[in-house]
Design a protein around this ligand. Sequence first.
Ligand code: APR
Ligand code: PHB
Length: 386
Amino acid sequence: MVIIGAGPSGLLLGQLLSQTGIDSIVLEARSREYVEQRVRAGVLEHQSVEILDAAGVGARMRREGLLHQGIELQFSGAAHRIDFAALTGRGVMIYGQQEVIKDLVAARLASGQALHFDAAHVAVRDVASDAPSVEFTAAGLTHRVRCDFIAGCDGFHGICRPSIPASALTCYERSYPFAWLGILAEAPPASPELVYARHQRGFALLSMRSPHTTRLYLQCAPEEPLAQWPDERIWGELQTRLSRSDGFRLNEGPIQQKSVTPMRSFVVEPMQYGRLYLAGDAAHIVPPTGAKGMNLAIADVRVLARALAQFYRTGSTEALAGYSQACLRRVWKVQRFSWWMTMLLHRLEEAGGFDERRQIAELDYISSSRAAAQSLAENYVGLPLE
Ligand code: APR
Ligand code: PHB
């Protein structure tokens, strides 16, 4: 088995396979330092936590991660708590994606299974045949590896999806006329839970990584030049958008990292072609508002690992044949939720104010109806894997 990409999907797939005795090679275009330092999302669904635990990589997450039992929705200058524990009996874990990556890389190295960083010229061959192979260059040498299957875990900009004939795939896509400017700041989070704020100047989010580190986002223009955002402007805008009538203030501190994240909804159907199986961002992208990207990647590879285990145990290709269908049903529900959270909270450049009033009415409804709050909560903590 060859796995292309050492993000959450590729590394977790490798780990789940090695637990069932299936050998694999993981190829990653970037360096180990790069993948372990790249700041990404940080919310794990209840079920993702259980999957990481069962994969044997949950120990540090259990020690250092922050269990959250709810979130705050903020609008019209006041915050309203959505109590996940009361509404669903579950919660989420705040633990950075790069920490998940570090734990998975350590487990991979301990297992002795192959992991090549800095792999160049990665190309997949003959995926429609029974004898696929993967070519790559590592440390100046070109290799060709024959394998039973290939997992395309190489993200949205990878080579696996484009290597499938376009006529065999349908892409569904929506782009949004805004992006998120994200910062990581050395400052204690001013709220014990995440705050999702709708403000007339645009969306803002308070998140965190530890009791000493705050992660903050604000809605900006797509491809916003970071040069236009000196630290004082970022803090000023965040303080305004997250302000409320009770005098709440963010704690400010040195900014360690700044980046702009584009917003996109994307799904490819099917998620497989011949002996190539796509997982995670290679197959779908969600806007970050629902905090679902990493969780979808984890769910995909759980389904794929089980299908591969069935094949190697019994010779049956039934679960492999149904991989895409098994994933897509849930993927579309998660797409719907991520789109809905996005359209609920962002400033939309429309004339006439209809959307503004529609958003406030919806937020008011969620804050006053148990049924509406429960719908948000059960999606946020994670829909079941079927
Ligand atoms: N060859 C080898 N590796 C590649 C190639 C290639 N041609 N192209 C891309 N890669 C690597 C990238 O460098 C990256 O490390 O594949 C990896 C894909 O990882 P992610 O982008 O993290 O995707 P995935 O594992 O599916 O995880 C999805 O990551 O982007 C976030 O928000 C997203 O949380 C979600 C999660
Ligand atoms: C994060 O902490 O990075 C984060 C949290 C919630 C989101 C998106 C990102 O919806």
